[in-house]
Design a protein. Structure first.
Length: 128
């Protein structure tokens, strides 16, 4: 692996895409829309591209591809992180959404609370 690029986030993304693509082929072939071998071929092609990146010696190009991929996936990653935090704090905190779409974490204490959004500065009341 010396001088080779190696594994990165884009590789994982491509492997997941290949797996999902292959799984998508199963119901499609059951419904007889299309032969599942076409889905399998595309899935294998994606995996070949992914491993081609891993063993590439053009480190700068592969690194730029990975940076673009991470930038593209940033909104989804932020959403996943928010959902994970909401699940983790679900017993101690409530989550309310401001009009500016910012999600605010409020301690789970019964009553009416005044909340100020740190993003837009708007104050509003929340009943828990
Ligand atoms: Zn706000």
């Amino acid at each position: 692996m010396k001088g080779r690029y190696g594994f990165d986030a884009l590789f994982i993304g491509m492997a997941v895409l290949a797996g999902l693509w292959r799984l998508l082929g199963i119901p499609m072939s059951r419904l007889r829309f299309i032969d599942s071998s076409a889905f399998n071929a595309i899935s294998i092609f994606i995996l070949i591209l992914a491993f081609g990146r891993v063993f590439s010696t053009q480190l700068a190009k592969r690194s730029m591809e990975n940076i673009r991929f991470k930038k593209f996936m940033a909104p989804a990653a932020r959403k996943v992180r928010l959902l994970r935090n909401m699940w983790k704090d679900r017993r101690t905190h409530s989550f309310v959404k401001c009009d500016c779409k910012k999600v605010l974490r409020v301690p789970k204490v019964k009553g009416v609370h005044t909340v100020k959004c740190p993003a837009c500065g708007r104050s509003f009341e929340v009943k828990i």
